[in-house]
Each structure stands twice: as C-alpha cells, then as structure tokens.
Unconditional design. Structure first.
Length: 176
C-alpha cells in the first residue's frame, strides 16, 4: 500500500511537492450515476425542463468543475488541463424501484507531473449536481452516486483500470 504523502513532519496537511516528477501524458476517466423518474428523463428529451437544456448545461458544468478542482479540494495542484470530455449514457428502463438512470462519464487529460483523477471525479460530481438542480422542480426524489475512477494512465504508477467489483466493495456489500 502506498504511503500517505499529504502530511508534513509535524503531522499537518501539506500539498505534495511534485517539482521533481517528470511531465507525462495523463488521462483519467470517472463516472457517476443519476437515478431519476422515467417521466423526468422524458421531459429532458422533450426539452420541457423550465431551466433549459439539462444535459448541455450539465456538460458545461462538468467541464467547469474539472477546471475548478483545486478551488474545491484543498491539496489538489492547479493543472493545465488539455481536455475534458463529458458523455451521458442513458438507461431509460426503470429498475425495481421505478427509476431509470443517466450515467455521466468524464475523460480528463493533461501533460504534467501529477494526475487528473480528482478533476475527472469532480467533473462527474458537478454534472450530477447540475442535473439534480435543473430537474428538482419535477423530481425531488432523484439521487446520484456510484462516483468512482474508471481508469487512469500516466505517471509513475502507470495504468489503473477498475475491475467490475473491487474487493473492498464486495466486502461492504456483503456486510450490509
């Protein structure tokens, strides 16, 4: 297991010094899932949500969220992000609870000494919050979650791809 590096000799929080690390191409993909009523998804498709084009606004919000990550997460480095792409994957089929879903996926890229995992996770979180904000007048029961890193590449640790069900997640589900 990696050593925690965000503490100084006095045990206080610090931003990690990355000045000695080489710049490499780095990519991170994260996703989140929004659960909503089928009627809400239909209103999004019809363009009848009063606040406007929900997915277009959520897409812009996700990009802005990625760019503002160091303003929200104290130990994140300000980065020169090369690109942010936000995609929406809709599942219009209701689950057992009657909700359908929109999965938000963000791909963030940079070339630098540190990765963009937090930027990708912030992007999907802000996009999910925006969908909720824009649709709450018609569906206060919406929820979002399942926010996680799908994959990352670049840097010393190389490539990471999340397995379908990580061991810790299996343990948590088994104990609930």
């Amino acid at each position: 297991m990696a050593e925690l590096t965000h503490f100084n000799d006095a045990g206080r929080a610090r931003m990690v010094d990355v000045s000695h690390k080489p710049s490499t191409e780095r990519t991170a993909v994260a996703q989140a899932r929004v659960a909503l009523l089928p009627s809400t998804l239909e209103k999004i498709h019809q363009g009848t949500i009063a606040k406007g084009d929900v997915l277009a606004v959520a897409q812009v919000a996700g990009v802005m969220g990625a760019k503002r990550t160091p303003d929200l997460v104290p130990m994140c480095h300000p980065l020169m992000i090369s690109s942010v792409n936000i995609e929406f994957i809709e599942d219009p089929h209701p689950d057992a609870s009657g909700y359908c879903s929109i999965t938000i996926q963000a791909t963030v890229k940079t070339t630098g000494p540190t990765g963009v995992e937090m930027e990708a996770m912030t992007a999907v979180s802000v996009a999910a919050l925006t969908i909720y904000d824009m649709c709450k007048a018609v569906d206060k029961g919406m929820s979002f979650g399942d926010i996680y890193l799908v994959s990352k590449s670049g840097g010393k640790s190389g490539i990471y791809t999340r397995t379908p069900l990580e061991p810790l997640e299996k343990e948590l589900r088994a104990s609930s």
